[in-house]
Design a protein around this ligand. Structure first.
Ligand code: SIN
Length: 282
């Protein structure tokens, strides 16, 4: 199996593979897993596969999980529908740099996203390599953030647009999670900058070394967190994909972030995503 890199930072196209066939071939799955670890996002064109094949392919990498806000295909649990149309003008929340579901204690391993319908222009998705983002940080920043931990919240993100009773019920079901700001990839051992749009604050910044007076807490922590979150926006760490129907993207959610560009209203865009359960970050 060959992979054609799209940038020097992240992403490769894998031609001549049918994921339906791959879902029945453990040797192909092992090769795809190796390529995923190498390139972090893989793209497969012309995947005219069934939903059952989509799910079966993703299941080789772990259990699938539904999303508490976005609905799933009724016949294929774990296959989340990301359907956008002019009838859902406020239902547009993928256009921020994020790593999927870090509000879970065990954020996803990765996702397999298939394009069912895309607008004639626009609606691209971008990914950023967060291992590279960490590696390129100034040494003084790496020293400052070593050992820092942060809170990730579904309440402050998806919950923000809900009435208070629904928001609190969502929070009760999915309490905030805490993760290290620098995560170690469980398979490659790479260090990864692990803060994103779901991150609300550091949880162990308030030490005598960092905070003399209350003002230090607000200014120092918030500015540092925002600086780190903004690293995903650096173009040199990114790849951008122009969708065609039946394209599939598979990403390693442990070391990437992504951004779905919302530049296509009033057109429709329909994507289906199999999210694969991950592990604790410690
Ligand atoms: C997502 O944020 O997981 C979906 C990305 C997309 O719709 O392009």
């Amino acid at each position: 199996m060959r992979a054609q890199p799209l940038t020097c930072a992240i992403g490769a196209v894998v031609p001549d593979v049918n994921l339906g066939a791959a879902s029945r071939d453990p040797a192909l799955i092992a090769e795809i897993r190796g390529l995923l670890l190498e390139h972090k996002v893989l793209f497969f064109r012309d995947q005219d596969i069934t939903r059952a094949e989509h799910v079966a392919f993703a299941r080789h990498f772990g259990e699938l999980e539904d999303h508490p806000v976005a609905g799933s295909d009724p016949d294929h649990p774990g296959l989340v529908r990301i359907y956008k149309s002019p009838e859902t003008p406020n239902d547009r929340y993928e256009n921020s740099w994020h790593c999927d579901a870090t509000w879970r204690e065990k954020p996803p391993f990765g996702c397999v996203l298939r394009c069912v319908e895309c607008p004639p222009v626009g609606g691209d998705t971008m990914w950023a390599n967060m291992a590279l983002a960490y590696a390129k940080l100034p040494e003084r920043v790496k020293e400052q953030i070593a050992g820092l931990r942060a809170r990730h919240s579904i309440e402050a993100s998806f919950g923000g647009a809900m009435p208070i009773d629904k928001r609190l019920a969502l929070k009760a079901q999915f309490p905030d999670a805490e993760h290290p700001v620098v995560r170690t990839h469980p398979e490659t051992g790479e260090k990864i900058l692990f803060v994103n749009a779901f991150t609300t604050h550091f949880t162990n910044f308030h030490t005598a070394a960092n905070v003399r007076y209350g003002q230090d807490y607000t200014q120092g922590a918030a500015a540092l967190l925002q600086y780190l979150i903004n690293q995903a926006m650096i173009p040199e760490y990114q790849v951008r994909w122009r969708w065609r129907p039946n394209d599939v993207a598979m990403w390693d959610n442990r070391c990437t972030q992504h951004y779905a560009v919302m530049d296509y209203p009033p057109c429709d865009r329909k994507m289906e995503r199999a999210g694969i359960v991950g592990e604790a970050t410690y």
